[in-house]
Design a protein around this ligand. Structure first.
Ligand SMILES: Cc1cc2nc3c(=O)[nH]c(=O)nc-3n(C[C@H](O)[C@H](O)[C@H](O)COP(=O)(O)OP(=O)(O)OC[C@H]3O[C@@H](n4cnc5c(N)ncnc54)[C@H](O)[C@@H]3O)c2cc1C
Length: 484
């Protein structure tokens, strides 16, 4: 069997990379379901059956209902039933969630968005919600059947997602045992979710990110009427099954999570969870693009033999497989670290800061790798790669979303710089890598990072990308020696 054969199945790749995998039977069943049923549903929705909004019912009452093809619900509910959210809490571990996400996103990267944001709602509620709030809402998010509630995480507004401190204009007013929120969310995925966590500024709170707080916003008010409105859905290049909308909050009932003045920590906890999911999905997508390229290269002939057997292309496959393994190792390290720190609250431990650095490196590098691999896989298909019927073009569209949402690459680099500068997280990283990194290379990298951190602010930002990239690649390559 050629090492390239592991590309054909997400579970085979996971088994090749990890020494112990919980729930192998569950993952095998998930993979089988996708091969037999899920792929056809996912392809159809991507090409011809995106969700749409029905604003009013037949009596003229505002309902803001999102309509999907029935098969979408089958595909979506499958992952919830398998435990992509509830298992994390029942088993007190995030590993089953991310293993499931790896298998699922090999077939449909977009469907992991609803799962991620549902987990990103359940987690702050479980960690920071009052006992009463948890009793009222958490069980619905953790249901094992089809009546499970979904979550959503809405921060971005029209003014921009990178600079949340300036971009969030939504205001929260206290109103007895709850708050009332007014504002507009401009990129709101999973728009029909029963619950959302929303960033808003309590009236009178300071400007900037320090004045933001995190609120839980149900879809319906306590009197049963709509609590938030969907202005329209976005027409996107990818993740086309996910309803991403513009949401209007108008005196919407909301419940504060944690302390108002610690809101930015809660927001970042939610974002960092999504960044880890994004990394896992990016690697699975890259594997999928390579698997499709491999199948094609085995059948297409040129100059008298299969294109796979031409030395130049064969070398590319072998090298990219090595890079895929490294990208996986970096993503999995972010999963492993998150699994250790996900219940921490501020003030965080040194391990938490290490997690943050690895999550920024992983989000940045795996998404860049996914885009590059999807482009390459399309090229392996030649002109046919540009045709929708071959599938390769979809992976490029999907990969572009992964590089942008949950913070673009610029954001990851700058946030990575911040955690190195303020928390010295790179020192912990180098100490962790010591057992697998060549000493000279590691020393050289560390002094490069220190030199960068000592530069004046503008020069530091301007020169950050090359150093961050080298740090990501070095970490990924070294970590790949740890797995399996
Ligand atoms: C399909 C999709 C679904 C989404 N779903 C959600 C959702 O459910 N919830 C949610 O909250 N958001 C969501 N988003 C929004 C997403 O998080 C933002 O698009 C992202 O954070 C970037 O923000 P922006 O688009 O406003 O770009 P901007 O913040 O306007 O940035 C524009 C460009 O400037 C760059 N830039 C900004 N600051 C700097 C700097 N200091 N240095 C260098 N470059 C900089 C950015 O990296 C980017 O390249 C979604 C986005 C997409 C595409």
């Amino acid at each position: 069997m050629s090492p390239l054969d592991t590309l054909r199945s997400p579970l085979a790749f996971l088994q090749d990379r990890l020494s112990a995998i919980p729930h192998v039977d569950l993952l095998a069943a998930e993979q089988e379901w996708w091969k037999i049923e899920g792929v056809a549903i996912s392809d159809t929705i991507d090409h011809a059956a995106t969700p749409w909004v029905r604003m009013f019912d037949r009596t003229g009452r505002r309902v803001d209902e999102i309509l999907y093809p029935r098969e979408y619900q089958t595909m979506l509910r499958k992952g919830y039933r398998s435990g992509v959210v509830w298992r994390a809490f029942e088993e007190k571990s995030l590993l089953p969630t991310f293993l499931l996400m790896y298998v699922i996103s090999f077939y449909d990267p977009g469907i992991c968005c609803p799962y991620t944001v549902s987990l990103g709602t359940a987690l702050p509620l479980a960690k920071h919600g009052s006992t009463e709030l948890q009793a009222r809402f958490l069980p619905q998010l953790l249901r094992k059947g089809d009546s499970v509630w979904q979550g959503a995480t809405w921060m971005t507004e029209i003014g921009g997602g990178s600079d949340l401190g300036a971009g969030v204009k939504t205001i929260a007013w206290p109103a007895g045992d709850r708050w009332l929120l007014t504002g507009d969310k401009y990129f709101a995925s999973n728009a029909a979710a029963e619950l959302a966590v929303v960033a808003a500024r309590p009236e009178g709170a300071p400007a900037g990110v320090r004045g933001l707080a995190l609120f839980l916003v149900p879809r319906y008010r306590e009197d049963g009427t709509l609590n938030r409105f969907i202005r329209r859905l976005k027409d996107k290049i990818a993740t086309r099954s996910v309803p991403t909308g513009e949401i209007e909050l108008r005196d919407s009932e909301a419940y504060l999570l944690g302390q108002a003045d610690a809101g930015i920590y809660l927001i970042l906890e939610v974002l960092n969870l999504s960044r880890v999911a994004n990394s896992v999905v990016s690697v699975a997508l890259a594997q999928r693009a390579m698997a499709d390229a491999l199948s094609y290269a085995e059948c297409r002939t040129a100059f008298g033999k299969r294109i796979l057997d031409h030395p130049l292309l064969r070398r590319q496959f072998d090298e990219r497989l090595r890079s895929l393994r490294s990208a996986f190792a970096l993503a999995w390290e972010s999963v492993r670290l998150l699994d250790q720190v996900w219940m921490e609250r501020p003030p965080y431990s040194e391990r938490y800061h290490l997690f943050r650095l690895v999550a920024h490196l992983a989000k940045y590098w795996t998404a860049e790798f996914a885009v590059d691999t999807a482009k390459w896989a399309m090229e392996v298909h030649g002109g046919l790669g540009t045709l929708a019927e071959y599938g390769a073009e979809r992976w490029l569209r999907e990969a572009m979303i992964l590089a942008i949402w949950e913070g673009t690459s610029h954001r990851q680099i700058l946030d990575g710089l911040e955690v190195m500068e303020r928390k010295q997280a790179h020192k912990t990283l180098f100490a962790q890598l010591a057992e697998v990194a060549p000493a000279a290379e590691s020393r050289e990298m560390e002094s490069e990072v220190e030199r960068l951190l000592s530069l004046p602010p503008d020069q530091k930002e301007a020169e950050a990308e090359a150093v961050f990239k080298r740090l990501a690649v070095l970490s990924a390559d070294c970590l790949s020696r740890k797995y399996p």
